[in-house]
Design a protein. Structure first.
Length: 500
């Protein structure tokens, strides 16, 4: 028989946390705790549990761009980054690459450099603002080759074009380095647009800014100051640079000497980065890089997978902002049964991410909920009796059978309506009406059908409710054949059987 079901039921919830994949022993494991929660809810009830999420020590999916100061004062530093001939395998830049790999991090690395505008004393003739020697790569040989292209020269005055370089990284900005009014890709003093790195989706974006000098900002006078020259430094303002970096979710780690460190605290804070002091020749840069990566601030948030109808899972806050590595944050998780949930067992995933929200994130943990729903089940319901003979116009009591409860609890049946496929006072049925009288858990229907049609079918609608308020709705049918040997043909629930 046909049945139409909508269930609003009692719930048993089992929450299990998927174990983290094996990582190198010196990396902090990201985890979600508690690992298992079991709770039973009735319709309209909720359960709350405090969920703690611990971030990995270093972002697990990392894109690093080395932005090297290539002005004249950085010769010793660049030599340390390159290493010694003939193979250059002892360079500090390669040591950073190798340590990222040793720590089991999914990473790419790129190489870029900056000097300054080749005009008005900000830089020397032949200088350039920014260049991308190698886009993000997972090839060690390509990265090494790009490191070997670094060179020191020019720069002229003390501040340099760090902000302009960061704008090129964030937005692909081009620069007219020599001030002739044209950005010419064939002019070595100009910076063509479009040299921003290719970041991967879901990766934490980090720029390693290595420098020993403060930065120019828009409006700086030419050097040395000449009152007859009205031009100001043509690079970006600090505010524009900050906004561009934040919009692209780029963290800036500043690796610098003590004399310049005071200029960079605000930039680090504004981008979720950090300032680390290094030696004048960058000899301790590897340790400084990894100390800084431990302190990178990222956001932590979640996504709930597909939910069964009638169940809600929410967590607050929506996002935990500015979280350092190996740090535990809390989410208040609420599970609610709102209705329309069908009995059964479901798996629901809640995945936690870190990065700059709302960009794509790096997965740091997955919670799997095994959800068992208890309540009345109307799927196997049937009418007793389901066939009436003879058609003598007498009343027959019909009960609903076959309704169960997944937890074995009692249920209360209530008939809600009765419809039929023949008129209550049609030709050839004896002109008796009404044809059904509802008595709560059972109904009386008339053993009657039209003598000139193909039999009558009653459609009986009901609900089954448990003591918690969980319920299901269903339908059963009862037939009155034209002849005893026939099967009544169902024309659908057209007429209200309870009307006179």
């Amino acid at each position: 028989m046909k049945k139409r079901l909508e269930k609003i039921l009692t719930v048993t919830l089992l929450v299990a946390i998927v174990a983290s994949m094996a990582l190198p022993v010196f990396m902090a494991l990201s985890e979600v705790d508690p690992s298992e929660v079991e709770v039973t809810l009735n319709e309209g009830e909720s359960y709350q549990v405090t969920k703690t999420v611990t971030t990995p020590l270093i972002p697990p999916k990392l894109d690093v761009l080395l932005l090297e100061d290539e002005t004249g004062s950085f010769g010793n530093d660049i030599a340390q980054m390159k290493g010694t001939a003939p193979d250059y395998d002892d360079g500090l830049a390669l040591a950073i690459w190798d340590e990222l790999g040793n720590r089991g991090i999914d990473f790419t690395a790129g190489v870029a450099g900056f000097r300054d505008f080749a005009q008005h004393g900000w830089g020397d003739p032949g200088d350039w603002v920014y260049r991308l020697q190698e886009d993000q790569t997972d090839d060690r040989a390509d990265y090494k080759a790009a490191i070997l292209t670094l060179s020191a020269g020019g720069g002229h005055d003390t501040p340099e074009a760090q902000l302009a370089a960061l704008m090129s990284i964030a937005e692909g900005t081009g620069w007219d380095g020599d001030g002739d009014g044209v950005i010419d890709s064939s002019d070595p003093e100009d910076t063509p647009p479009g040299q921003n790195p290719t970041w991967r989706e879901g990766a934490t974006k980090v720029v390693l800014l290595v420098t020993d000098a403060p930065y120019h900002v828009y409006g700086d006078e030419e050097y040395p100051n000449n009152p007859s020259v009205e031009e100001d430094w043509p690079g970006p303002t600090y505010e524009d640079t900050r906004d561009a970096l934040q919009a692209d979710g780029i963290h800036v780690i500043i690796l610098t000497v003590s004399g310049a460190s005071g200029y960079y605290g605000t930039l680090a804070t504004d981008t979720g980065g950090v300032v680390k002091l290094i030696a004048a020749d960058s000899s301790d840069i590897v340790d400084a890089v990894f100390d800084a990566l431990d302190e990178i601030l990222t956001d932590v948030w979640y996504e709930v997978g597909e939910l069964p109808e009638g169940v809600e899972v929410t967590l607050t806050p929506e996002v935990n902002y500015d979280v350092a590595g190996d740090t535990t944050v809390e989410f208040e998780e609420t599970v609610t049964v709102t209705g329309d949930a069908s009995p059964g067992t479901y798996e629901i995933e809640v995945t936690f991410y870190s990065n700059t929200w709302p960009e794509e994130g790096s997965e740091i943990g997955t919670q799997t909920m095994t959800l068992t729903v208890d309540g009345p089940c109307c799927e196997d319901a049937y009418a007793d009796p389901d066939l009436l003979w003879p058609p003598n116009h007498k009343w027959v009591e019909v009960y609903i059978e076959g309704v169960t409860h997944t937890a074995g609890e009692p249920v209360i049946i209530a008939i809600t309506s009765v419809w039929q496929d023949e008129p209550t006072e049609g030709l050839g049925d004896g002109d008796h009406s009404p044809d059904a009288v509802i008595h709560g858990e059972y109904v009386e229907v008339r053993a009657e059908r039209s003598g000139i049609e193909d039999g009558r079918v009653y459609h009986i609608y009901f609900t089954a409710t448990d003591e918690h308020g969980g319920y299901c709705e269903g339908e059963v049918t009862v037939g009155v054949p034209h002849d005893k040997k026939d099967t009544p043909v169902d024309g659908g629930p057209i007429y209200d059987s309870t009307l006179t």
